[in-house]
Design a protein around this ligand. Structure first.
Ligand code: HEM
Length: 500
């Protein structure tokens, strides 16, 4: 009796101060003792009845959720996007109405290694932006490099398996991923990017971002344009050499997150301008490559600036916001659609699917993912549901509770031709843009690329794999191939023969 009264008084006294609010169990009831378990005397057993102890151990054991299968290591930041140009002739999406301001959440990431891995590793960097628009969420899930390794989603799981640590040794192994890439000539362009110093950005603020794929813009009249997105860093682009990256890593494996949090705390808010390149459907055949191939850039198309993003607030809680954030190319709004790019088509399925597994059926109700507009449909129930469903009608159409569709949300229409098929695209051009890229690098950048690539390719034991890879770089640019062959002690005759 005395104990109860004393605790109640104590709880009352401290509840007046926010800092000292009483500790509670998950049901909200106060905790009596968080230091000593409830036991039968001094040396007796611990009671199962100590529900606080049991709950604490149960919740602790369930703290981890599956990490992302790729892009597990990342950091998130909030901010705003402001549209600066009237492009209503291209898209009806309100996020691009001139002057429109839209809150955003951006998550930057590395790709291959797990959640605790160093941020210095050679990898593309994920650059995923969630726009909380007044027409629903639009996610632009891109990278810091303008192209990708493959052009068909059917190859993605194999590619990732080859790049992830071996199932036997648990170590990443160039013998495995070059074995895979030696079958994928279109990867030459992306490998040239990744093995240059662009594969080790100095931090997250000083790198660009790219949507990589072509998307579709659709205007109010239903006219379609193809568009590629490019975030240009106002901080400039800064990369690390392999030696610099090793030095940073020896001191700090969270240097990129730390840099971002430090900049935001100092009020040094990073900004990116968003540029677009546009093609009309009638122009798709005008190139010696397929503009819907994600291994290609659109080199001669002018970029125009359409807005600016400023990042200015870090999450209050890493797990709740950054870890539980879910970006998906399927999150589109009227006026923005996926193109026919078959890599993108696979992604439109894959992200929402993995998030149903990683975070559950109601992951779009988690605050960081929740649209800032009302969600109004009859998807219901499921674990963790927080929907506010009060109506007796949970179907559509209904005369009692009509919830009409809107023409705004209809997909665009374009004529179709061709037949059902399983075939690669016809204009493949696997090497030319890798050669252009190599030649665009400065002498120092070329030297670093050769040295970085030779370091990994030189470890490949299977000479067929090694020579096939060398022949890809040789076909991109003769000088590139010759220098690389010399650097890895390959046989130039074999390389030249394979290239024919
Ligand atoms: C068919 C090809 C691809 C597939 C199947 C695929 C699949 C995935 C999956 C399953 C995730 C984990 C998502 C999660 O757990 O929330 C992911 C994350 C991510 N992917 Fe891809 N991916 C593909 C290609 C690409 C490409 C081409 C890009 C860049 C343009 C990209 C950028 C990202 C980014 C930035 C993330 C991390 C998003 C975040 O920060 O949460 N992926 N991808």
């Amino acid at each position: 009796m005395y104990r109860f009264a004393r605790n109640t008084l104590l709880a009352f006294a401290i509840s007046n101060s926010v800092l000292a609010s009483p500790l509670t169990k998950d049901n909200g009831a106060v905790v009596g003792d968080n230091q000593n378990s409830y036991t039968a005397g001094e040396n007796g057993a611990v009671f199962l009845q100590d529900v606080h102890l049991i709950q604490k151990l149960q919740r602790f054991a369930r703290e981890r959720i599956p990490e992302r299968v790729v892009h597990a290591r990342g950091t998130g930041v909030y901010g705003e996007f402001k549209a600066s140009r009237d492009i209503s002739d291209l898209t009806r999406a309100k996020v691009f109405h001139k002057g429109e301001e839209t809150p955003v959440f951006v998550r930057f990431s590395t790709v291959i290694h797990s959640k605790g891995s160093p941020e210095t590793l050679r990898d593309p960097r994920g650059f995923a932006t969630k726009f909380y628009t007044r027409e629903g969420n639009w996610d632009l899930v891109g990278n810091n490099l303008p192209v990708f390794f493959i052009r068909d989603a059917i190859k993605f799981p194999d590619m990732v398996h080859s790049l992830k640590p071996s199932p036997v040794t648990n170590q990443q192994d160039p013998n495995r991923f070059f074995d895979f890439f030696s079958h994928i000539p279109e990867s030459t362009h992306m490998l040239t990017w990744v093995y240059s110093d662009y594969g080790t950005p100095a931090n997250l603020r000083q790198m660009d971002g790219f949507g990589v794929h072509a998307y579709k813009f659709v205007d109010a009249g239903g006219d379609v344009s193809y568009v590629k997105f490019h975030w240009k860093s106002r901080q400039g682009v800064q990369n690390l050499t392999a030696q610099e990256a090793a030095k940073v890593q020896s001191k700090d494996f969270s240097h990129a997150t730390r840099d971002m949090y430090k900049a935001i705390a100092a009020g040094n808010y990073p900004q990116w301008d968003l540029y677009i390149k546009v093609l009309k459907p009638s122009q798709l055949d005008d190139f010696d490559f397929n503009p819907l191939d994600a291994t290609k850039v659109w080199p001669d198309i002018k970029e125009v600036k359409v807005g600016t993003m400023t990042l200015n607030r870090v999450p209050d809680n890493f797990f709740q916001e950054t870890e539980q954030s879910a970006f998906a190319p399927a999150n589109i709004v009227p006026g923005i659609e996926p193109s026919e790019d078959r890599l993108l088509q696979g992604r439109v399925f894959s992200y929402s699917d993995t998030q149903l597994y990683r975070l559950g059926a109601n992951h779009q109700q988690i605050p960081v993912n929740r649209p800032r507009v009302e969600v109004n449909n009859w998807n219901q129930d499921g674990a963790g549901n927080q929907g506010n469903q009060k109506s007796d009608v949970n179907y559509q159409p209904s005369r009692q509770d009509p919830r009409p569709e809107s023409n705004e949300g209809r997909y665009s229409e374009l004529p179709l031709s061709g037949s059902y098929q399983q075939a690669a695209i016809s204009k493949q051009l696997p090497f030319a843009q890798a050669g252009d890229l190599y030649r665009s690098f400065s002498a120092q950048e070329q030297a670093n690329l050769i040295s970085n690539l030779a370091g990994d390719l030189g470890q490949v034991k299977n000479s067929e794999v090694k020579h096939q890879m060398l022949s890809h770089f040789y076909q991109a640019d003769k000088g590139f191939g010759e220098r690389l062959t010399k650097a890895v002690n390959g046989n130039l005759k074999t390389v030249v023969a394979l290239s024919r």
